[in-house]
Design a protein around this ligand. Structure first.
Ligand code: PAF
Length: 293
């Protein structure tokens, strides 16, 4: 187990430690914001923590690489484990506590027989089509963290827009008493959405990667300038990405709330995309209002 001695941040490794700490917090009348992460933190995560500090008396960040949300052959094994740097970063920005359980602590029983949460339809679209069971894994761990930490609110970045909508549906359907907060995507200067997986990119791939966001902007501009055939616009985006060395997983123009494919009537649209640069799968999205056609 990683041990870090730190004066200004509480490090919790077990569910029991977390529950005790949470109970102390409650009896002191303090409310809690949760920032779930898989570690390898970057500026996007730190922005979530800073946002969370404004929403609650105490902020708990979780560092846990959740095996349930990785499919066979995905990057679970090589996902960067950067515990010490993560804790130092969290401490430096005034995060109150960190929960970093071991795999055995959170999953004492076999993963194959673990209860899972499934949000139908939306979990099967977009990223869910190429990563079956990914969102079941996300929902299961998020609900488990909610159950253990009992946060008053929880904050998620909108780079994972589909994840945020699915978690919102789960919380509503299961009547879980937590306020969900979303935070806008944090981007590098060249537009690339910050992601822990950006570290996998070679120099040449990193140069090409911002084209994903440029393409989303280009598609939204086409719509704002009156283009109407949304399937044709999607196809033009796929071609553009392919020209920049991407292998496109999907590029979908959707209703921003339901994330169902848009036809022509929706006012608030989201364009969601996932594409590979080499061995790295990047996702991004853009939300915008379109004038009525
Ligand atoms: O967005 C993520 O980093 C993960 O999906 C989450 C919410 C921490 C669950 O493992």
């Amino acid at each position: 187990m990683n041990t870090v001695t730190s004066k200004n941040i509480r490090i919790l490794h077990t569910c029991e430690e977390l529950k005790l700490w949470r109970a102390e917090l409650k009896s002191a009348g303090n409310c809690l914001a949760l920032v779930p992460t898989m570690g390898n933190l970057h500026e996007g995560h730190f922005t979530l923590v800073n946002h969370a500090k404004k929403e609650a008396d105490a902020v708990l960040a979780t560092l846990f690489i959740n095996p349930l949300q990785f499919g066979p052959g995905e990057d679970f094994e090589r996902y960067p484990r950067t515990f010490k740097t993560d804790v130092d970063g969290l401490e430096s920005i005034g995060c109150t506590a960190v929960f970093a359980p071991s795999l055995e602590e959170l999953f004492p029983n076999a993963l194959a027989t673990h209860t899972t949460i499934h949000v139908p339809i939306l979990s099967e679209l977009h990223c869910g089509a190429s990563r079956p069971s990914h969102f079941d894994g996300v929902c299961t761990i998020v609900l488990k963290l909610f159950n253990i930490a009992q946060p008053d609110c929880a904050i998620f970045g909108l780079k994972d827009l589909q994840q945020f909508r699915i978690i919102s549906n789960m919380v509503e359907d299961l009547a879980f008493d937590v306020r969900l907060i979303s935070h806008p995507i944090i981007r590098a200067e060249d537009g690339l959405a910050l992601s822990s997986r950006n570290g996998y990119l070679s120099e040449a791939e990193r140069q090409r990667a911002p084209e994903l966001y440029r393409t989303l902007r280009n598609l939204s501009a086409q719509i704002l300038h009156g283009a109407r055939d949304l399937r044709l616009i999607e196809a033009s985006g796929c071609n553009r990405l392919a020209e920049h060395g991407f292998v496109v997983d999907y590029l979908h123009i959707c209703d921003a709330q339901t994330l169902q494919r848009a036809e022509t009537t929706e006012r608030l649209l989201a364009i969601l995309g996932a594409a590979w640069q080499g061995k790295t799968r990047l996702i991004d999205n853009i939300i915008f209002s379109k004038p009525t056609f």
